[in-house]
Design a protein around this ligand. Structure first.
Ligand code: SF4
Length: 414
């Protein structure tokens, strides 16, 4: 028997599997997440959330005949000793679930690996670049593969944290949308969150007891800055009352906003330079790439104000064709003479730092190991049952999962 973290019910493993799967199925059905015949890209990082998502989507697609054409979509950021290893996990998942895998790399798309970017900017703003590039890379990979939708592994904890952070920021427009289970509904490539109501602890338990093959090593460029206050708070609420996570989400769903708040949100469009999905005339990826290619990587991340890429002195050709590597002639020439302009300002004060954590960075969703707390199972029997990426502590019968220490957060900014 085990104690379901979400409901505190005592259930056997088989009943837990069934309940977890049926709840995700109900979420999919109730919210009409998919249409028969759609081609669905499952954003796959090799971490616990996306691995369980791939397993569940494969299972439910067969069990309930959704009629979806599934494939795995992974992003290779070019982080030696981290992503190369996690991609091996995804490649095994491809075989295990029998669905094709497409890998797109930063090097191919942008001309830079994260290793090269970090060599230019250090480890302070690296996740800003990584998150912005990953978000667009997912879109580009999905378009390349003819996908209709992208499914991400964002779970209930992630959504509740996003709600909380948007409240703390007073960001009403985003607060009005952050709990949406579908984002970009009007865009050619909506994103869906089948795990919106699935607790992180239950995802971990499911992966563990199903013996799924997932990767939990921390990125070598994981940020040191503590950014997990929202997650800590949510975990505290959960410890006091497990349904608090769902209640936070439900509260956000029930908020009523003035129509005027919608007007502040940029409408979906395409970047006038690279042509990919953007909420602004020039997308964040093009802004950041411009800085990199000109040897001024902080162009995209410093904090002075600006409104638009052209006004900020961005080169008009950025994003139009092939990208140049580090140390380009542009960089040497230093054609920008104006003060550096922040991405936040260029893009309408969108908090890009948080974007780093979205779309499959397992590290930022749970620092110090991607076990969501499984290694701190209260009263764990302590038998070693896994190797490599697997959790190493077998939960005791009926054990309650105890909250872990500070963790980084993962949430969408939209
Ligand atoms: Fe990218 Fe995540 Fe590593 Fe940051 S921690 S560099 S967002 S993979």
């Amino acid at each position: 028997m085990l104690n379901r973290p979400k409901t505190q019910e005592q259930v056997c493993r088989e009943c837990f599997f069934k309940a977890f799967e049926e709840e995700v199925h109900q979420t999919i059905v109730d919210n009409k997440l998919f249409k028969r015949g759609e081609r669905l890209a499952i954003a796959a990082s090799g971490g616990k959330d996306s691995t369980v998502l791939a397993h569940i989507m494969t299972t439910l697609n067969a069990r309930y005949d959704y009629g979806l054409d599934l494939f795995l979509l992974s992003i290779d950021e070019g982080i030696t000793g981290y992503r190369d290893d996690s991609l091996e996990t995804v490649k095994r998942n491809e075989q295990q679930y029998g669905i094709p895998l497409k890998v797109v790399s930063y090097k191919d798309l942008y001309g830079w690996t994260m290793d090269e970017i970090v060599s230019q900017i250090g480890t302070k703003n690296n996740c800003t670049f990584c998150g912005v590039f990953r978000r667009q890379a997912l879109d580009r990979g999905a378009v390349l593969m003819g996908a209709n939708k992208i499914a991400t592994g964002h779970n209930a904890d992630d959504v509740a944290e996003t709600v909380l952070l948007n409240i703390l920021r007073g960001d009403v427009p985003r607060l009005g949308r952050c709990a949406n289970i579908i984002t970009g509904e009007d865009s050619p490539l909506p994103r869906v969150k089948p795990f919106k109501y699935a607790y992180e602890k239950e995802i971990v338990l499911y992966a563990y007891y199903k013996k799924l093959d997932y990767f939990s090593t921390e990125c070598i460029y994981a940020p040191f800055a503590a950014r997990g206050f929202a997650r800590e708070f949510i975990k505290d609420l959960e410890a006091a009352r497990p349904m608090a996570i769902i209640d936070v989400i439900r509260s956000a769903e029930d908020f009523v906003f003035a129509a005027a708040s919608d007007e502040k949100l940029p409408q979906p469009r395409t970047c006038e330079r690279c042509g990919y999905i953007s909420s602004q005339p020039v997308c964040k990826a093009c802004v950041l790439l411009e800085g990199l290619n000109r040897g001024m990587p902080r162009l995209g991340v410093s904090r002075t104000r600006g409104r638009h890429g052209e006004k900020a002195g961005l080169h008009p050709d950025v994003g139009r064709g092939s990208v140049s590597g580090a140390g380009s002639a542009e960089a040497a020439g230093g054609r920008v003479r104006t003060a550096a302009t922040s991405v936040e300002a260029l893009q309408g004060a969108e908090p890009v730092q948080e974007a780093a954590a979205a779309e499959g960075c397992a590290t930022t969703s749970s620092r110090g190991g991607d076990d969501g707390g499984l290694q701190q199972i209260e009263g764990g029997a302590g038998s070693a049952t896994g190797t490599g990426s697997k959790p190493t502590t077998e939960p005791a019968a009926g054990a309650a999962v105890r909250r872990r220490g500070p963790v980084e957060i993962e949430y969408e900014t939209t």
